[in-house]
Design a protein around this ligand. Structure first.
Ligand code: ATP
Ligand code: GCO
Length: 184
């Protein structure tokens, strides 16, 4: 008999400045689901590297992705639906996060370059500098035609993007009409 699939865990992916944290926080709050920002799982070494404007490499990101995976597993073990932001720039990073976790639903935020650059330069007090955007784009393998990834253009307000994600059919089917948002 197949094991029951735990409640969904939405992973908001995309390059720095695409709005993962802004949209993710809003989405989790609208749904009353747990929320985490993947940036909180970076090691001190990774944070220092990024603050020194050195792009992360695979060897830096793999243990970080595993920390995020463990957070997802903990949420699922407690039967809790959740949202987490994680850049997951490459196919193999996404595969690492979703392997053995059928509850993971990936959303990729599509934002044009001009807007991305504007958001990064307007953002104040963030350890990730706007001049690192190029390195994010160089590492990026967009999930075009990748099965199970919702690619959503995030050009309007964060509220609109969060609403569009909620409407995403597979999530909607989880949220009972008129029922508890946690589905219990
Ligand atoms: N849809 C949006 N419309 C306008 N501004 C936005 C939108 N989404 C995010 N922003 C702004 O753009 C900036 C970047 O957003 P945010 O920090 O959420 O991106 P991020 O993908 O989490 O970046 P990082 O990976 O670097 O943490 C923020 O200052 C935020 O207020
Ligand atoms: O994979 C990466 O290069 C990192 O996750 C970055 O995306 C940063 O964590 C983030 O952008 C900082 O806010």
């Amino acid at each position: 008999m197949a094991l029951p699939v735990p409640p969904p865990v939405v992973v908001l992916t995309g390059v720095a400045g695409s709005g993962k944290s802004t949209v993710g926080k809003l989405l989790a709050s609208r749904l009353d689901w747990d929320w985490a920002d993947g940036d909180a799982f970076h090691s001190a070494e990774n944070l220092a590297k990024m603050a020194a404007r050195k792009p992360l490499e695979d060897a830096d990101r793999l243990p970080w992705l595993d920390e995020i995976g463990q957070w997802i597993d903990k949420e699922s073990a407690e039967d809790r639906p959740a949202v987490i932001a994680c850049s997951a720039l490459k196919r193999r990073y996404r595969d690492r996060l979703r392997a053995g976790r059928p509850q993971v639903r990936m959303v990729y935020l599509v934002v044009d370059l001009k807007t991305l650059h504007q958001r990064m330069t307007d953002r104040r007090g963030h350890m990730f500098h706007a001049d690192m955007l190029g390195s994010q784009l160089a590492a990026l393998e967009p999930p075009t035609r990748e099965e199970g990834v919702l690619m959503i253009r995030s050009a309007g307000t964060p509220e609109l993007t969060a609403e569009q994600i909620i409407e995403w059919e597979r999530l909607r089917s989880y949220i009972p009409v008129g029922g508890s948002r946690r589905g219990d």
